[in-house]
Design a protein around this ligand. Structure first.
Ligand code: GLU
Length: 481
């Protein structure tokens, strides 16, 4: 029997920020729900009271909202459901499918040490599975606190047909012994709470990262023991760094944290497109890289998700983001860039029309929106450093001096309202001095913008206007050596 109604979920734990991998898994579930006309549920797995933080929960909810991933049900909080988990544990105990384990931390440590010394896999040896009533009484009298463990079937192959990886078989003897399902304080462990929730919430599919393969093998017997219908399982490959390591905060800093992309001016549609495309291509046209969630949904198939690890590639992500930025109107890009511009530049120095022209000049080259202030900063900064070694080399030639003096003397002739005309005047100066290309443009660019690269020179001259051009050239002439 399977659950007929399509119901899928994403179940983040608020023990850290919203992770890139969680978002990718959420997107695959979201696409599946859309394709099959099912429901997508958000469940916050917040039973780890020591490591949970409200700010993480908030960041997770904000992150999904930012990505325009919406849910049909939830957020459902596991912390509101503790009584349900307790009842299920009691049921399993009364049916002999779970048992109290009184082992102390020291005893378990000793067991592990012995196994390590014998070069055996470390696992719980199920030693309290069949305690007599007297033994239990004795432990209780000693003041020991009991946890609850689930009785896994012995030496049994747990098999399922994985939606992504195909047939899987894991033997129960490789699962570390009977898993703990309840702590002594009545808080359930992940593997138990997740089964009860996926069972009670009638999930048709559980699609998650392939770091959960062994958990699935532990969970399937629990589903059966609790009498729930089994969902269909699918395990997507994890995201690895270029050096083939699992993305982690310790090793890779913030790159796995969605907040980084929110803060740096990535567009949610670019990030979604990139994350889906990492391990999934459109059937019939694997060349097609740019697509929206709505375009991908009707074509989505779990079986097309690659089994190989996905590799994080910032250049590729930037390529997607650049594409989506270019697709936005100038006004939208300006509006979205304001949060980066306002704290750094004195925008009142120019009219909005002029600032729009500046943004327009750099828009096509943007990887992300937080680059905007840096790229147009020179318009606003009369004291920008121009005496770098590279700039000095450009300015210190005889020709550079001639170009700048000539431009200074021609300022009255320039039509500052007309960028192509400004450029033309510069070219005329070049003709008079028999200079062109970098010999002509670079000294001017360095003098007025602090760099030999940048937006269209005519536009830069026109926007800066006569007074700024004059004082900047005079300042540059002083730097000439
Ligand atoms: N809370 C678990 C996690 O964040 C959920 C895994 C699952 O989808 O079952 O890894």
């Amino acid at each position: 029997m399977t659950n007929k109604e399509i119901r899928v979920r994403i179940a983040p734990s608020p023990t850290g920020s919203l992770h890139l991998g969680t978002v990718r898994t959420a997107l695959y579930n979201y696409l599946l729900a859309k394709k099959l006309g099912g429901k997508f549920i958000l469940r916050v797995e917040d039973t780890d009271v020591q490591r949970n933080k409200d700010e993480y929960t908030k960041g997770i909810l904000d992150g999904f909202k930012w990505l325009n991933i919406d849910f049909d049900e939830g957020p459902i909080y596991q912390s509101d459901r503790l009584d349900i988990y307790k009842k299920c544990a009691e049921k399993l105990l009364s049916e002999g499918k779970a048992y109290h384990c009184f082992c102390t931390t020291e005893e378990l440590d000793d067991l592990r040490k012995i196994q390590r010394a014998a070069k055996q896999p470390e696992k719980y040896d199920n030693r309290h599975r069949n305690l007599t009533e007297d033994q239990k009484k004795q432990f209780i009298e000693e003041g020991r606190k009991a946890i609850i463990r689930f009785k896994l079937p012995d030496n049994t192959d747990i098999k399922w047909n994985d939606e992504i990886r195909g047939p899987i078989s894991v033997n129960t003897s490789d699962l570390g012994g009977d898993p703990v399902i309840m702590r002594a304080d009545g808080i359930p462990l992940y593997n138990f709470a997740v089964v009860i929730d996926d069972g009670e919430m009638r999930m048709s599919h559980v699609i998650r990262g392939d770091d959960h393969l062994h958990n699935t093998a532990k969970q399937i017997p629990m589903f059966e023991a609790l009498g729930f219908t089994l969902p269909s399982f699918g395990h997507a490959p994890l995201i690895f760094s270029q050096d083939r390591e699992k993305l982690s905060k310790r090793k890779h800093g913030e790159i796995a944290n969605i907040a980084k992309y929110q803060n740096e001016g990535y567009l949610p549609e670019a990030l979604s497109n990139y994350l889906i495309h990492m391990s999934w291509t459109i059937p019939g046209n694997s060349e097609k890289e740019i697509f929206t969630i709505d375009e991908a949904a009707p074509l989505f198939e779990l079986s097309r998700i690659s089994k190989n690890p996905a590799v994080y590639d910032i250049d590729k992500l930037n390529w997607f983001n650049n594409h989506y930025i270019k697709e936005k109107s100038l006004e939208e890009v300006y509006k979205m860039s304001k949060k980066y511009l306002e704290p750094t530049l004195n925008l009142s120095m120019y009219s909005e029309e002029q600032i729009l022209k500046m943004v327009d000049a750099i828009k096509a080259g943007l990887n992300k929106l937080d680059e905007v202030p840096g790229l147009i900063k020179f318009f606003f900064d009369e004291n920008m450093p121009i005496d770098t070694d590279e700039n000095k080399a450009i300015l210190s030639t005889e020709n550079a001096k001639k170009v700048l003096e000539k431009l200074l003397a021609s300022l009255d002739k320039l039509d500052f309202s007309n960028p192509p005309a400004c450029k033309k005047t510069v070219d005329e100066i070049g003709k008079e001095l028999s200079l062109k290309g970098k010999d002509l443009y670079w000294p001017i660019r360095v003098a007025i913008s602090g760099s030999n690269k940048g937006p269209d020179l005519g536009l830069v001259i026109s926007l800066l206007g006569k007074e700024r051009i004059k004082s900047r050239i005079e300042r540059a002439l002083k730097v000439l050596v």
